[in-house]
Design a protein around this ligand. Sequence first.
Ligand SMILES: [Zn+2]
Length: 377
Amino acid sequence: MTDSQFLAGIFFADDDVIWATASVTDREFAYPGMVFRSNPDFINKSDPQKPPHAQRFPSNPNATDDVAEAVARLAESADISKIEAVTTASIGPFQDGISGLVAGGSIISGARLQKWSGFDLAGAVESEFAKYGNDHVIVRCLTDAEAMVLGEHYHFRQFRLRGHTHGSKAYREKEYKLGQDTVAYILLDSGVGGAVFQRNYFKRGEASLEIGHTVAYPPPGLEDKYPVANCGAHYLPCLEGTISLPALKEFWHLTAEDIRSLGSDSETLRWLSFYIAQAVHHMTLFFTPTVVLLGGRVVSNPHILEHTRTMYEDLMKNERGNQLYPDYKAQYDREEYIKLWSRPDAGVLGCLCWSFRSARHGKDGRKNVGYLAEVGW
Ligand SMILES: [Zn+2]
């Protein structure tokens, strides 16, 4: 890439649209080169909770306006004709399976929010860019959870790298090993979703991972008080039907604000954690990650992480104290294994990471190749 090329990311959350641009060479921008040696430039010193230059606006009632406004704002902040790749993150799942990672795609009909249902997101972004004279931009679409896990994976590695000196053989070996990390993300908000980035690849099949629709089990004896529910998309009761924000409001009479203020001895908080622990349990059984990160407004309570860790430990052992994975050390350091998201705007960073990877591979680039392998690791 040359100095004049730019990347963009647009994260369509339920209430906000968050966007950012980055240059791969200009260190004044947020994500210089996506190379970890440049990480000191990455932290936004004035507000460490946000990636630098990540900006947002309130969502519009329909998806077309969201896309148009996002691209208009990109055009105000950068020379849009020079943007080489843009990655979106949004509600899923995508109609055409894995090409959601490769060539964009349409969101499946019947998606959780009507405004996105059946929407041709990649097509809409492409035509907005064309209005500004950019008909060469590479458009890629991720689910919200996929973008979050990618951004968090970046942070996770950054954190692990801190303190190592550059350039030595040991350092490079360490870098390589960090490339093997498996970061799982569980998004608990208006919907429940998840994504896994493992050894430089997204772990998924022909469509996005849909952990929110795994079966939920009620707490024994408390089935009526903390009930499981069906999300409406399939037959069995699931995590999204049970502990998404709308479900918690309907069946448990809890708003996001109520959840935040529950005390550490709250029985409701304990059983909410029991359900979250089931999601962690599924992630462990399928992917045995290095770390499981929990994000979204459902986990905004200050005590919920500790309750979830305790509930998870209970779920993963039997009455004799046996453990399913005796040699799987990661999960036994509970503080290291189950953590909260590091910052809400990690998703837009994930979009930029994927744009970087997409620009490297070009319009007909290889499918689902990790971005880290291509930056000199
Ligand atoms: Zn469901």
